[in-house]
Design a protein. Structure first.
Length: 314
């Protein structure tokens, strides 16, 4: 796969690894790993030695990615993708598309479609729409432009008494599943010593943004450890003390009181760990209470991921 023997596209018009990473929403480091370990990679190089993916190479990567997402071990997925030529790959991907029943919707139409599927209790359609949106636009854009607005609307309709709570539960479960499947598809879930820890504030059940962060960080080539919702303050303190992560990100959806004892715990966290607070639940005076310890307040997924990427790169 690393020789110049392919018949489609000249080396000059092939795709560089960065472009393929952006197009498919797969970290460039993952693409390089697949090339090194499984020989799924660019079949061309420019005269200067830069990798160039042809459209057939990209189809091979996409098929590998989809088979892994369906539970195949990476080595087996790569073997299947390798055995197919351009036509075979196109046929396999076409079948995949049919199997998923893609609706080929634009960003603007996807959020209403997810809402409609949630209302109708159609978990397969929610999964397909959200999964496809992430494959097409990447997790950061799919969350920001499709998933988050849908969730905000679901919350609004629930609080107005127009939507039963089970709809919110169903949509949440399916979306968490799709976010984690996407993270697995593009990288490894981090089970090692974490440099980025993601958790939900004590007593707060909302965990979805943590999984969105995990996926978006993976997309940026950063592994993270999700400790889930409702992490007791003392556990957060011991994990931070023991593992000394570079970043702790803590989410709160439910409004917390000004005299929240959790804030005292946060004030005592080692200063070598950068503390980032996200979500509308943090009281406005939290910065004041954390004083010299320091804290970053984050307002959206994209900028938070960029910030964390900058921190772990140093
Ligand atoms: C899904 C959901 C649930 C699920 C959670 C499942 C899960 N695994 O996470 C379940 C059903 C368990 C649940 C339970 C409850 N929920 Co609820 N839930 C939601 C819902 C619909 C989405 C939550 C979410 O993921 N929000 C994240 C994003 C999508 O929303 P957002 O924070 O408003 O987004 C803004 C910013 O934060 C930013 N943003 C968006 N994404 C991201 C990502 C990052 C990383 C960053 C930094 C910023 C950012 O942009 C947005 C625009 O300003 C929200 C609606 C809502 N608006 O949040 C209600 C909501 C948070 N829930 C609410 C309530 C009341 C509850 C319950 C108390 C209900 C009950 N009586 O039992 C319990 C909570 C109990 C507890 N102690 O925690 C209220 C909170 C009201 C308040 N002000 O405190 C909300 C706002 C619904 C509403 N409109 O009234 N919930």
């Amino acid at each position: 796969m690393t020789t110049s023997s392919g018949s489609d596209a000249s080396p000059e018009i092939g795709w560089g690894v960065g472009s393929v990473a952006a197009r498919l929403g797969i970290a460039a480091s993952t693409l390089r790993t697949w090339e090194r370990r499984y020989d799924v990679g660019p079949s061309r190089r420019t005269a200067g030695g830069h990798r160039r993916y042809t459209e057939t190479d990209i189809d091979r990567v996409v098929l590998t990615q989809r088979l892994i997402a369906r539970g195949a071990p990476a080595r087996d997925a790569a073997r299947v993708a390798h055995a197919l030529d351009g036509e075979g790959l196109a046929a396999a991907l076409g079948t995949e598309q049919d199997r998923r029943g893609s609706e080929d919707l634009g960003v603007g139409d996807t959020a209403p479609a997810v809402l409609e599927a949630a209302r109708g209790g159609d978990s397969r359609r929610i999964a397909r729409l959200v999964g496809d949106a992430m494959d097409t636009h990447g997790a950061t854009s799919a969350w920001t432009e499709i998933v988050a607005p849908t969730l905000v609307e679901i919350g609004r309709e629930w609080s107005a008494g127009r939507l039963p709570i089970e709809v919110e539960h169903l949509a949440s479960e399916v979306i968490v599943g799709e976010l984690r499947a996407y993270t697995r598809r593009i990288g490894e879930l981090d089970h090692g010593e974490p440099s980025v820890v993601l958790a939900g504030a004590e007593d707060d059940q909302h965990s979805l943004p943590l999984f969105a962060m995990e996926a978006a960080l993976a997309e940026a080539g950063v592994g993270s450890l999700v400790l889930g919702a409702r992490l007791p303050g003392q556990s957060l303190a011991s994990v931070t003390h023991r593992s000394r992560p570079q970043v702790v990100f803590l989410w709160a959806s439910i409004v917390r009181p000004d005299d929240d004892p959790l804030i005292d715990v946060l004030a005592g966290l080692t200063r070598s760990t950068c503390l980032i607070l996200g979500g509308p639940g943090w009281p406005p005076r939290v910065e004041e209470r954390l004083g010299p310890r320091g804290v970053i307040r984050s307002t959206d997924l994209r900028s938070t991921v960029q910030r964390i990427r900058g921190i772990v790169a140093h």
